[in-house]
Design a protein around this ligand. Structure first.
Ligand code: GDP
Length: 145
């Protein structure tokens, strides 16, 4: 069975939203959607960290540009809790390209472009576990025991 069962997922408020005063707006949408914040940090990724985080996209034509964007300023990784957290968060953030994102989604509200699209969210339970581990240690995740 391959259903989503995990109640924690990873989001990142990306440098475009972080740098333009949209942290509160993004968090408001996430809280309104029922997510509980179980971990948060402010980090500035360097090239190595951004390349490692997005390693799955290393052969894509936009990879260098994506790494440059993700290292351009601080961002905010979040550990978010909700039932079936991964698919719920994917619904709440909207399509990768804000032009295709449903009204009310984080990307429809706050994204600038397909690349500068305000927020990252894990796309599977396995990736959520791995990406949570990338940014958070066990003791950082409140209530995750
Ligand atoms: P996501 O899961 O919706 O974030 O989308 P993907 O995993 O496909 O892509 C990862 C990130 O790469 C996206 O969130 C965008 O920031 C960026 N990206 C995706 N597709 C494109 C593209 O066609 N052009 C550019 N410049 N960036 C892209």
């Amino acid at each position: 069975m391959s259903g989503h069962t995990q109640n924690l997922t990873l989001a990142i408020i990306k440098p475009d939203a972080f740098g333009s005063g949209k942290i509160g707006g993004v968090l408001g949408v996430l809280e309104e959607a029922g997510f509980k914040v179980r971990g948060s940090r402010v980090v500035r990724l360097d090239d190595r960290a951004a390349q490692a985080f997005y390693a799955v996209h290393s052969e894509r034509p936009f990879f260098d540009s994506l790494v440059e964007f993700m290292t351009s300023g601080p961002c905010m990784p979040l550990a978010l809790e909700h039932e079936r957290a991964v698919p719920h968060l994917r619904d709440v953030i909207g399509a990768t390209d804000p032009a295709e994102a449903k009204p009310g989604t984080v990307r429809a509200l706050f994204a600038e472009s397909k690349e500068r699209n305000a927020i990252h969210a894990s796309d599977s339970d396995d990736n959520a576990r791995q990406e949570l581990g990338f940014f958070f240690g066990h003791v950082d995740l409140i209530g995750a025991r």
